[in-house]
Design a binder for this molecule. Structure first.
Ligand code: IMP
Ligand code: MG
Length: 176
């Protein structure tokens, strides 16, 4: 049985999420009408968001995945980010939509952008499920955002605590 003692207050319900994703899908269907965007899901947090979103799109599109890992360097306290699983498809001249679970400082995403830009896609559009604007350290142009989030650590709908709770159908506060 799943240990439920760490599941705190529900912040966004399954119903809230369904409604919001329908709204984002409508915008993407309109903005990319007659185009064929490539949805790039950042593993693993984005998988539920991306699969629900993808099934609501009525435009041609492709999906692909990128995995990034954070690691500690020996010199200095700063964490570094590296690609641990690259895309299968070429993004050259493609309209890409990067699909992310949550953006806080924006450092992970800016690393991803620096990696994707030299491959010369036609456009890079950022679609994030949870946006923590107040914690941002770098300015990022977010085109589609699901919900605002504060500094509480959250689990569910793809978001994990030590690789658990991703499969919750709602977003909840993590309780120690
Ligand atoms: P950033 O680099 O500060 O923007 O952090 C974003 C990354 O940290 C996300 O891709 C998540 O993997 C992870 N993360 C940040 N906040 C949470 C959270 O509340 N729950 C689960 N993962 C989180
Ligand atoms: Mg994580």
């Amino acid at each position: 049985m799943m240990n439920k003692k760490n599941i705190g207050e529900v912040i966004y319900s399954e119903e809230d999420i369904k409604k919001r994703i329908r709204g984002i899908a409508n915008s993407i269907n309109r903005d990319f009408k007659d185009k064929e965007p490539l949805l790039v899901g950042i593993l693993k947090g984005s998988i539920y968001f991306l699969s629900d979103l993808s099934r609501l799109l009525d435009i041609d599109h492709n999906i692909d995945f990128l995995s990034v890992g954070r690691f500690q360097t020996t010199e200095g306290p700063r964490e570094k980010v590296k690609i641990t699983k690259d895309l299968d498809l070429s993004i050259r001249n493609r309209d890409i939509i990067v699909v992310e679970d949550i953006i806080r400082t924006g450092l992970t995403h800016s690393y991803i952008l620096k990696n994707l830009e030299p491959r010369r896609p036609k456009s890079i559009n950022l679609c994030v499920f949870l946006d923590c604007k107040d914690q941002r350290l770098v300015d990022l142009p977010i085109k589609y955002s699901g919900f605002d989030m504060d500094d509480r650590f959250v689990i569910g709908y793809g978001l994990d605590y030590k690789e658990k709770y991703r499969n919750l159908t709602f977003v909840a506060e993590f309780e120690e």
